[in-house]
Design a protein around this ligand. Structure first.
Ligand code: GLA
Length: 390
């Protein structure tokens, strides 16, 4: 079966994905055509949003029996069932059983695609080409993860399943109108998830705009490698390919400094248990780990950013990215909300590794630039690989 990407290009005759609106039109037509690429990926109804919009669920499987589920609300990763060292399967990501769960206050962006600008923008405002924009604040004085009602984690995306030589996947597409959540420009965004036979979940992000606009797309999956709902991640061992991090103020906005991790609880250049030094951060901003790490690889190629291993199950998560940073969030705000199968997600029982541009990049002149302009295509990739004993 053809790659969805190829389908776009073949039908449009457009080169690549530059002609966004042309591709957007073909995408909509494509979703109406019967029998497109659905032979292997299972598509089911997941329910409706409070506003009555239908949400679809997609089930991907690979030759190892690994199963991933995604839903169209928020282009969200909802389940990932992987074997431990003895072949015993567990679902290692957080989620809810129904749409109401995802719409509830207890949903800390579980598995969602976050944007248009993931992480924080100081004061919720920025200036581009001399014009100031003010967003709605939803995190004290700041804007977090793209706003309040129509941030990318909350809207329902168009999904199209596919299968190609690399594996099974879904392309999610969403066109965010000019001014949505206060951001300038019509932003056409495509997020492609592919589950490979090597137990990798590859996420490719692409976007184009018709006005200059800040952008920072990531995935907000929470992992517990013992299985979602296990009591803690403090026993997991973490390695980060980062010699530096960005220190934060009381509202979790970077101060602008790029600081060495040496001799601090942020030094994960060698494996350390997440819990080993976390108590030292209890009374600091973020109340634990909730920081951006400056990845050693800054050249835009796909490179290893982080590894996490859980000694008892033997499961190992490796994270690769093209982006310059990763937010390591240790689940400090989790408070026991009940997720899938009624399992509680306790304080520090899940961690996120959100590959990203640095928080507040749009306002920080020394950070790598994260503004997309008309004629450019935003392209970033993150690969989560989950295998036992590696
Ligand atoms: C991000 C933030 C955290 C927290 C979570 C969601 O990771 O950095 O501070 O807001 O999202 O709870």
């Amino acid at each position: 079966m053809a790659d969805a990407r190829v389908l776009f290009d073949d039908k449009t005759g457009c080169s690549g994905w530059q002609a966004a609106h042309c591709a957007a039109a073909i995408f909509l037509v494509g979703t109406l055509l019967p029998a497109i690429a659905t032979a292997e990926v299972k598509v089911s109804d997941f329910g409706k949003t409070a506003d009555g919009v239908s949400v679809k669920e997609y089930t991907l499987t690979n030759s190892e029996g690994v199963v991933v589920r995604l839903i169209s609300r928020g282009a969200t990763l909802t389940e990932w069932h992987v074997p431990d060292k003895d072949g015993k399967m567990a679902d290692v990501v957080f989620g809810f059983d129904d749409v109401a769960g995802y719409e509830s206050k207890g949903n800390g962006y579980f598995g969602a695609t976050t944007g248009r600008v993931a992480n924080r923008i100081a004061g919720g405002k920025f200036t581009i080409d001399g014009k100031e924009y003010q967003l709605t604040k939803n995190d004290g004085p700041n804007t977090l993860h793209g706003g309040v009602k129509r941030s990318l984690d909350k809207v329902v995306w168009d999904g199209r399943p596919f299968e190609n030589a690399k594996g099974q996947g879904v392309v999610f597409k969403y066109v965010s109108p000019d001014g949505e959540e206060g951001f300038p420009g019509t932003l056409t965004t495509r997020v492609t998830y592919t589950l490979t036979d090597k137990n990798e979940l590859r996420i490719d992000y692409e976007a184009v705009t018709d006005k200059a606009t800040p952008i920072n797309l990531t995935n907000h999956a929470y992992f517990n490698l013992s299985g979602a709902g296990a009591p803690t991640v403090l026993d997991h061992e973490l390695m980060l390919a980062a010699d530096n991090y960005t220190p934060i103020d009381d509202t979790l906005i970077p101060t602008g400094e790029i600081a060495s991790v040496a001799d601090t609880p942020f030094d994960f250049r060698e494996f350390h248990k997440i819990g080993e030094r976390v108590e030292k951060l209890n009374d600091k901003p973020g109340k634990g780990y909730d920081h951006n790490f400056v990845l050693n690889n800054q050249d835009g190629d796909l490179a290893l950013a982080a590894k996490v291993r859980e000694p008892k199950s033997g499961r190992v998560l490796s994270v690769f990215t093209t982006k310059p940073g990763v937010q390591f969030y240790g689940g400090n705000f989790l408070d026991g909300v009940k997720g899938k199968n009624g399992k509680p997600y306790a304080h520090r029982s899940g961690f996120c590794l959100e590959t990203q541009h640095y928080p507040d990049s749009v306002n920080q002149s020394k950070f790598p630039k994260a503004v997309l302009r008309p004629g450019e295509t935003y392209r970033q990739t993150c690969v989560y690989r989950l295998r036992p004993n590696e």
